[in-house]
Design a protein around this ligand. Structure first.
Ligand SMILES: O=P(O)(O)OC[C@H]1O[C@H](O)[C@H](O)[C@@H](O)[C@@H]1O
Length: 503
């Protein structure tokens, strides 16, 4: 399609969305049957958004104009969709959804990971009780989310994920762990990330100081750059590689998921992959009006591009999912926080909103005032599970869920108060609810794959490449330069700050 057709499709959308949510429920009595999708153990409820029947048709037309279906086919076929880096994006192949040779490659790497886990379980590296996972960004957020959400009752290995270069983070893990019983997993796609390599060196020193005779014998490397890991000193048999075409923030399905597989056991890790594969099938095959990731992307675009919302709020009404907002901050903002299209042209409209959020009910007592009465319109997403994550009196879980549903209802309905404006609620504030049957590996796999595909669908509608992240490079380059004392090129404020710490 031509740029003209795409612009015409956007123009048609940008004039819509004026009806209130309450009015939409009156004029469209079939909203629930149309805007609720049940898939892979998750109920996706988009009914409390401004996605009217007319708008939905127009978004479907936009998807057609932008070549969304072709882009999706290219993703699953393993074509070069990351054009700026000349690579495919093969995270779907990690869970069996992709070109047969990519799937076969991913399977054999998974087998290698499984064999190493079997060996660790058989105490081939001595008795291991603790796993210190060192990585940052995509090499930490995904495994950390999985372990925190699913590993609470697993009673297997005690895993700690350390990402920050601030030594306080690593020291806290050292205090908790016994070096004699610790395995160190160094996770880095590139195996060059400064923070990770410095933390890894300090972990080696700690093993040595703790009396471990061969510290490298306790190190496993999870990387797409095995040569670099060998060069650094890791034995080849303890390197778990993954493909260059698996992006960092999409890599938890690969060997980057190793600590999660250790914490949950191999069966749990496989269920995670199967859940994601179920969502892959849905994303590939469901028609646009029933396709959960695509509908979610329509909602994202509606609020960012029609209603001018600069943020989106995400509240997990489940303690086990407390790390979901930080995981999604990287997935969504690093993928789609861009200003130019795939062809290097200005995008011309808002791209990724700022993703922020927290945990319910805690957040209700802190930030929800602004959501209900503030001057910013924030589309809210609620995530909850029907099955409880605790064994206490069921009043706990009931309170959690009724609070979650009450917030969505209150945001939408509002309440007038002619006498006292300070006590009036404007209402007409949108929300989406994702209700999981339970928080288990399969459902969490499906949920994370849903978010990946939603991010991809947003990028396709905007015409941007979600798989590169050049925005993070300049800061790294300047840090390197400052570290080596080269301040000449910098402003006086930065120079003065450096001088202040240099004594
Ligand atoms: O896995 P690594 O190569 O160590 O990279 C870790 C992280 O750092 C980079 O700066 C990127 O912003 C992230 O996308 C990446 O996940």
């Amino acid at each position: 399609m031509t740029d003209g057709t795409i612009e015409a499709a956007w123009k048609a959308i940008e004039g819509e969305g004026a009806d209130t949510l309450t009015a939409l429920f009156e004029t469209e009595p079939d909203r629930l049957s149309r805007l609720v999708v049940e898939e892979a153990g998750i109920r996706f409820d988009f009914a409390k958004t401004h996605l009217s029947r007319g708008l939905l048709d127009k978004f479907v037309a936009l998807a057609e104009a932008t070549g969304f279906a072709k882009a999706r086919d290219a993703l699953f076929a393993g074509e070069v969709v990351n054009t700026s880096e000349g690579r495919a994006a093969e995270h779907p192949a990690e869970r069996g959804s992709g070109a047969p040779d990519s799937v076969a490659r991913a399977r054999s790497l998974h087998q290698r990971m499984r064999a190493l886990i079997d060996a660790i379980e058989a105490e081939a590296m001595g008795p291991i009780a603790h796993v210190l996972h060192i990585g940052i960004g995509g090499s930490a957020l995904g495994p950390h989310l999985l372990i925190d959400a699913l590993g609470r009752d697993a009673d297997r290995y005690d895993v700690e994920v350390v990402s920050n270069v601030d030594g306080a983070a690593l020291e806290a893990a050292f205090r908790r762990f016994d070096p004699q019983a610790t395995l160190v997993a160094v996770a880095s796609k590139t195996f060059t990330t400064t923070e990770t390599m410095l933390n890894a060196r300090s972990a080696l020193a700690w093993l040595e100081e703790g009396g471990v005779e061969d510290p490298f014998g306790r190190v496993v490397a999870l990387t797409a750059a095995p040569d670099k890991a060998i060069e650094w000193g890791v034995d080849e048999t303890r390197i778990l590689p993954f493909g260059e075409s698996v992006g960092g923030r999409y890599s938890l399905w690969s060997s980057i998921g190793f600590p999660a597989a250790l914490a949950l056991g191999w069966d749990g890790f496989e269920s995670l992959l199967e859940g994601a594969a179920a969502m892959d099938r849905h994303f590939r095959l469901a028609p646009p009006t029933r396709n959960a990731p695509l509908l979610a992307a329509f909602v994202d675009r509606l609020y960012a591009n029609v209603k001018g919302c600069e943020t989106r709020g995400l509240f997990a009404y489940d303690e086990r999912l407390r790390l979901l907002p930080s995981y999604l901050q990287q997935l969504e903002m690093e993928s789609n926080g861009k200003s130019v299209t795939r062809d290097g042209q200005p995008v011309g409209r808002a791209t990724a909103p700022i993703t922020w959020g927290g945990v319910g009910t805690d957040a209700q007592h802190a930030v929800f005032q602004l959501l209900h009465q503030g001057t910013h319109l924030v589309p809210v997403e609620f995530i909850a599970s029907i099955e409880a994550g605790d064994t206490l009196d069921e009043a706990h879980h009931r309170q959690l869920l009724v609070n979650c549903f009450a917030q969505g209802a209150a945001l939408m309905a509002g309440r007038a108060n002619a006498e006292d404006p300070a006590r009036a609620y404007p209402g007409n504030r949108p929300s989406t609810t994702l209700l999981l049957d339970r928080v288990d590996p399969a459902t969490l796999g499906a949920l994370i794959a849903f978010y990946e595909h939603r991010t991809f669908a947003n990028a396709a509608l905007l015409g941007i490449n979600p798989f590169d992240q050049f925005g993070v490079e300049l800061g790294k380059e300047i840090a390197r330069s400052l570290d080596s004392g080269g301040t000449d090129a910098f402003d006086s404020s930065t120079k003065a700050l450096l001088a202040r710490i240099s004594g």
